[in-house]
Design a protein around this ligand. Structure first.
Ligand SMILES: [Zn+2]
Length: 82
């Protein structure tokens, strides 16, 4: 009788261990996926800004900025206006 209780307790402990292991794994996976999704979203939502020289729209991350004004290229930045 006692032996059965020990086996039952061991089985329960093993079950809890596996359960928590799976939970940890899935959380780690979710965080990884979340980070990837976050990165992609940042890339997709790259705002378009109008060039101060020619008016062409370029992603903010690729625009050349001078005094708060975005430009599409060095030519527009150095040659345009002001
Ligand atoms: Zn331009």
């Amino acid at each position: 009788m006692i032996r059965w209780l020990v086996i039952l307790a061991l089985a329960w402990a093993l079950y809890r261990l596996i359960e928590s292991g799976i939970e940890w794994l899935s959380r780690a996976t979710r965080e990884l996926h979340g980070e990837a999704r976050e990165g992609r979203r940042t890339l997709e939502s790259d705002e378009l800004v109008a060039c101060g020289g020619c008016g062409v729209h370029v992603p903010r991350s690729r625009a050349l900025v001078r005094r708060g004004q975005a430009f599409c290229s060095v030519g527009c930045r150095d040659g345009g206006g002001t």
